[in-house]
Design a binder for this molecule. Sequence first.
Ligand code: HEC
Ligand code: HEC
Length: 418
Amino acid sequence: MSDFTSNFWSVFVAGVTIVGILACLALLWISGKTKAMTAADNTTGHVWDGDLREMNNPLPRWWVGLFIITCLFGFAYLFLYPGLGTYAGSLKWSQAGQFDREVARGNEQVAPIYAAFAGKRTEDLAKDPQAMAIGDRLFLNNCAQCHGSDARGSRGFPNLTDAQWNWGGAPDAILESISKGRTGIMAPMGAAVGTSDDVRNVANYVLSLSSSPHDSVRANLGRAKFVACAACHGQDGKGNQALGAPNLTTGIFTHGPGVESHIVNMINNGKTGVMPAWDGKFSPDQLKVLAAYVWGKGGGVAAAAPAPAADAASVAVENGVVKFYFATGKADIAGGAGQALADIVAGVQAGKKAVVSGFVDSSGNAAQNEELAKQRALAVRDQLKALGVAEDRIELQKPGNIDAGADAQARRVEVSLV
Ligand code: HEC
Ligand code: HEC
C-alpha cells in the first residue's frame, strides 16, 4: 500500500524503473550499431605510453547474452513480485504475508509443547524444566529490563522472588498482574497528614512497623496520623492487595531504603507505578508459563482455597488434610464427599491413623458450639466407621480451636492421616 495521497510517486517510480531497463537495452543496441571511427588496423587511434592502443572490437557475445538475460529477468521479476510502485505483482507476495506465514508455522511447531502444559496447575508447571526454560527466555527478553535478570527487581521495580506481593502472590493474582498490567497509585499525602513535623512523625511510625531504625518518640506521635494511610495500607499497615498498597511491616521497600527521608519523600510526593499489560503480546499459554516462572521464583503463594459457599456443606482437600465444611448449626456431611472419604479409608488401610478434629465459628453460645463441633466430628467418625474403618484407627481430638475469622471457613472438621 502506498502511504502517499495520490499515486503520482507510484507511477513515477514504476516509470523510472521501466524506462531505466529499456534505456539499458537501447544503449546496448545503439552501441552495437554505431561504428566508431576506426583506423585501418582496427584500433580507435587512442595510444598510451607509446604503444598501448585501444582496439575497436565488438562486445563479446556471451557478455551481450548475459546482459539481455539480466534485463529479461528484471522484467519477469517485476511482473511476478512487487517492484513497480504500488503494483502488487502477480504472485501477490508481501513481507507481511511472509512474516505471518512464518509465525503461523512457528506456532504450529510449538503448539504440541504448550499442549503438554495445558492442563497443568501453575504449581506443577513451575516444576517442569521445559516450561521453566521457556519462562526463563520469555522473562529475560521481556521482563528483565525492569525486574532484573534474576527477577530481584531494583529501585521502583518490585522484587518478584520474595514474599512481598503488592498485588498478590497466588497463581491467579500473578497471572493477572502480567496479563492485565497493574497501576499502583499512592497520592501525595503531605497535606492530608499535616505539618512537615507530622509527616516525619508518621514516617517514623511507618518505620517502627517493620522495626526499622526509627525515632520512637516521633513514631508514637505519628501513630494517630496513620489513619490517613490506613484506607489503603490497612489499620495495621499490612497493605491491601486489591489496591496494590504494599505491606509496610516487612521492611521491604521498593522505592527506596527504609529510612526516614525516603518515607517522607513518599508521603509528600506520592508515586505511581505502572506494570505494562502483556496479554496482547503473548498467547494465553505463554502468559501461563510466565506466571508459573514468576511464581516459582520463590515468593509464590499457594492458590487460595475456594471459599465454601456461604452456608452450605462442602469438602476440600488441602495439603493432604481433608476438610469437611458444615452449614451453620448443622452436623451433616456434604454430599460429594465420597472421594475424600475414600482417600481417608485408603490411608488407614495403608497403616495410618485418621485424626479427626472439629472447629466451630465464633458466633453464638460457646458451650453449644463445642457440642456442635463434637457432633460434627462424630458424624465424620461414624461415616468412616460405616466405610469399614476400625474404631481404634480413628482418633478424636478435642474440639479445642474456636477459630476467629471467616465463619464459613471455621465451621469444619479436619481429618489428617498420621
Ligand atoms: C517497564 C517496566 C516493566 C516491565 C517490562 C515489566 N514490569 Fe512487571 N512491574 C513493573 C512495575 C513498575 C511494577 C509495580 C507496579 C505497581 O506499582 O504496583 C510491576 C509489577 C509486577 C508484578 C506484581 C508484583 C507484586 O508485588 O504484586 C508482577 C508479577 C510482574 N510485574 C511481572 C512481570 C513480568 C512477568 C514481566 C514480563 C512479561 C514484567 N513484569 C515486565 C514494571 C515492569
Ligand atoms: C490511595 C491509597 C494510598 C494511601 C492513602 C497511602 N498510600 Fe502509600 N502507597 C500506596 C500504593 C498503591 C503504593 C505503591 C506505589 C507503587 O509502587 O506503585 C504505596 C507506597 C507507599 C510506600 C512505599 C513503599 C515502598 O515499597 O517503597 C510508602 C512508604 C507508603 N506508601 C507510605 C504511606 C503513608 C505513610 C501513607 C499515609 C500518609 C500512605 N502511604 C497513604 C497507596 C496509598
